[in-house]
Write a protein that binds this ligand. Structure first.
Ligand code: NG6
Ligand code: CA
Length: 504
């Protein structure tokens, strides 16, 4: 039996429907919070939803299975600083001669340059970075005992809590908004990358003090039993605890999202794992069966899951866009004896690809790349080519900003709307050398130099001759087609030269 509605009830229902439509429209218009979750040296095959390794990363998988998992997602470079430079500026790193692995260097970003956080700030966002920075600090010799500037806060971040370079480099202290955290003025901090300070133990001279042995490099100052690159003296109270670093960043990231949501926020959550030295908290010890590298990845996976749950509990998930990626491909032994090689077993950090960190081959830059936005992005596996260099322009387009970077493309449809096409071509960088991806093709110009990295034994992709690979039929780059397909080779050489000769 159909009951007739009382006219008042009918009018009220209409009003409720109208209101709920308009609120959902308003909701649609509200710019999303954005969290960029960036790992350090995590390989394509290190995430189990990518289907190639044996390590299990349930938390990243959960996000990847309910978002878009890109199978052709690239970092701009096969090392950290150049990738981070490109991520934040949308500019190819080979345009900036200073964009190479930094050790105690000055800021390589121009404070007038467009950056992702600046663009977001101009659109009313609150912006923060928590974790690894590695883009340099200051513009002359850094004095750690006073406010350090310019740094993240001068290139667009309202808040910064950073690990200045890498976990294996001094100074082993956190810097919050330009100030070394917990620094006692009575115990000033000094840093030098050339020579040691008198009387200070080093990895080279005091092996008896080490809890982790160095394999190559990394034989300077000892902090928490771990020898580092470079020398430091003083700043005792400010030194970080390596095993607590993941919790420190996670807790600050959680706090940031809870305390800054009166405006839309952008958080660059820049994890240190699984870069060396691998120092997972003892509660993860043995969790992977692969030694500290595997355990550090599981720790990172747990942190990502914990942040996700925090967003869920705080009802922030529907209005938060998550992007997960890595700054470069994987490496096993990167300077310490930590069983990464010995305990690897059948796991394949590079996935089906050749090379790894430092390499022009695919595994140098083909990395996990995931976007997630509950209720907006539909679950999907995308084979479109996307690069981290496109994140700035794509987010700009998403939130209605007119600002545009030099080399990025607007891939907002692909990244955030399950439609559209990715890039056709892309220049990749590894240790100041470049190569081209064009559709399914990879082209590497001839380069002189050792074919594998000295200690890590990673194939870097150098050869006396041009290299051409069809990634569709030969993802592991085994068959150089330069002789059998000269027309394609010529086309790609021409395309490559056209892009890299544009130096502006
Ligand atoms: C290299 C280090 C390596 C790592 C890398 C930076 C030596 C011999 N090797 O110079 O261990 O720290 O720099 O890694 O010192 S990155 O991911 O930040 O680019
Ligand atoms: Ca890295």
């Amino acid at each position: 039996m159909i009951k007739r509605l009382h006219p008042f009830v009918f009018a009220l229902s209409l009003l409720i429907i109208y209101n709920s439509c308009s609120t959902s429209k308003q909701k649609e218009k509200k710019p999303p919070n954005i969290i960029l979750i960036y790992l350090d040296d995590l390989g394509y095959g290190d995430v189990s939803s990518y289907g190639s390794g044996t390590l299990k990363t349930p938390n990243i998988d959960k996000i990847s299975n309910s978002g878009v998992r890109f199978t052709k997602g690239y970092s701009a470079s096969a090392t950290c600083t150049p990738s981070r430079y490109a991520l934040l500026t949308g500019t190819y790193p080979w345009r900036n001669k200073r964009a190479k692995i930094l050790t105690g260097a000055n800021l390589i970003l121009d404070t007038l340059e467009l950056t992702l956080p600046k663009m977001l700030k101009n659109k009313g966002y609150q912006t923060g970075i928590i974790g690894k920075w590695h883009l340099g600090l200051g513009n002359s010799k850094i004095n750690y005992n006073q406010k350090i500037s310019p740094g993240p806060n001068e290139v667009g971040f309202d808040y910064s809590f950073i690990l200045p370079d890498t976990q294996d480099r001094v100074p082993t202290v956190y810097i919050e908004n330009g100030n070394v955290v917990n620094l006692d003025p009575q115990d000033p901090l000094e840093v030098d990358f050339e020579k040691n300070f008198e009387g200070q133990p080093t990895g080279k001279e005091n092996p008896e003090l080490l809890s982790m042995k160095w394999h190559h490099g990394h034989n300077g100052s000892i902090v928490n039993g771990v020898p580092r690159i470079g020398f430091m003296k003083g700043g005792e109270k400010a030194k970080w605890s390596d095993i607590d670093m993941a919790d420190e960043f996670l807790n600050r990231a959680k706090k940031y999202t809870s305390e800054n949501n009166n405006k839309p926020f952008f958080l660059f959550y820049s994890l240190q794992q699984p870069h060396v030295p691998r120092t997972p908290h003892p509660r993860f010890k043995g969790s992977s069966g692969m030694g500290p590298r595997g355990d550090a990845i599981l720790e990172a996976d747990w942190c990502i899951g914990a942040l996700y749950s925090h967003l869920e509990e705080n009802k922030l998930l529907e209005n938060t866009l998550l992007i997960i990626s890595s700054d470069n491909g994987p490496v096993l032994n990167d300077g310490y004896y930590d069983d990464a090689v010995e305990k690897l077993g059948p796991h394949t950090p590079s996935g089906p690809f050749r090379g790894g960190k430092y390499s022009l081959f695919e595994a140098g830059t083909r990395v996990p790349f995931i976007t997630h936005w509950k209720g907006t992005i539909k679950p999907q596996i995308s084979d479109e080519m996307v690069s981290q260099i496109d994140i700035l322009n794509s987010i700009a387009s998403l939130i209605g900003s007119e600002e545009k970077s030099k080399d990025g493309e607007d891939l907002s449809e692909v990244l955030f709307n399950n439609t559209g096409s990715g890039r056709n071509e892309l220049i990749l960088e590894a240790q100041q050398k470049t190569a081209l991806r064009h559709k399914n093709w990879a082209y590497i110009p001839p380069y002189n130099g050792p074919k594998v990295t000295k200690y890590t034994q990673i194939e870097v992709g150098y050869s006396d001759i041009h290299q051409l690979y069809n990634l569709e039929t030969d993802p592991s780059q085994k068959n150089n087609l330069v002789e059998s397909n000269p027309e394609k080779a010529e086309e790609l050489i021409e395309r490559y030269q056209r892009i890299v000769s544009d130096e502006n």
